[in-house]
Ligand binder design. Structure first.
Ligand code: UDP
Ligand code: MG
Length: 141
């Protein structure tokens, strides 16, 4: 069975959405294998978002993701990598469909331009391996 890495981002934790998000995973039949409250560091985020480090908006991502505690975890299930991405919805909540987490719980970006979108999920098998090992160590793979 497949595993993926997820985050309930600082806005999801501070808005009290942890239970809602975990409920959706459990309702879908995914097994929660790891779950931990963390405070992300800039060093960890530069690894996690290595593909985005050179983008002009990276400082905003860093500010957002270090703004408070987040919930990091690993879930397991059939085709869980792509299924979890579908459940999250589009990156920008303005495009996220109702019924998805981002479409149900997040707003379009405001004047600051920051995209606060509640959840993260690995985008491929390769990313899932990298991110699980980065956050939980290779024992979690
Ligand atoms: N992000 C942002 N502005 C952008 C693009 C991305 O603030 O123009 C943030 C947003 O929180 C997003 C994260 O950076 O979820 C990672 O971006 P990615 O393109 O990997 O989207 P995701 O995989 O999270 O859907
Ligand atoms: Mg991504």
């Amino acid at each position: 069975m497949e595993k993926t890495f997820f985050i309930i981002k600082p806005d999801g934790v501070s808005r009290g959405l942890v239970g809602h998000v975990l409920h959706r995973m459990e309702r879908r039949g995914f097994v929660i294998e790891r779950l931990e409250m963390r405070q992300a560091t800039p060093e960890l985020l530069r690894e996690h978002y290595a593909a985005l480090v050179d983008k002009p908006f990276f400082p905003k991502i860093e500010e957002y993701m270090t703004s408070g505690p987040l919930l990091a975890g690993v879930i397991k299930g059939n085709r869980v990598i792509s299924s979890w991405r579908t459940m999250m919805g589009a990156t920008n909540p303005k495009d996220a469909l109702p019924g998805t987490i981002r479409g149900d719980y997040a707003q379009a970006p405001g004047d600051s331009g920051g995209i606060f979108n509640v959840v993260h999920g690995s985008d491929s098998a390769e990313s899932a391996k990298k991110e699980i090992a980065l956050w939980f160590g290779s024992d979690a793979l």
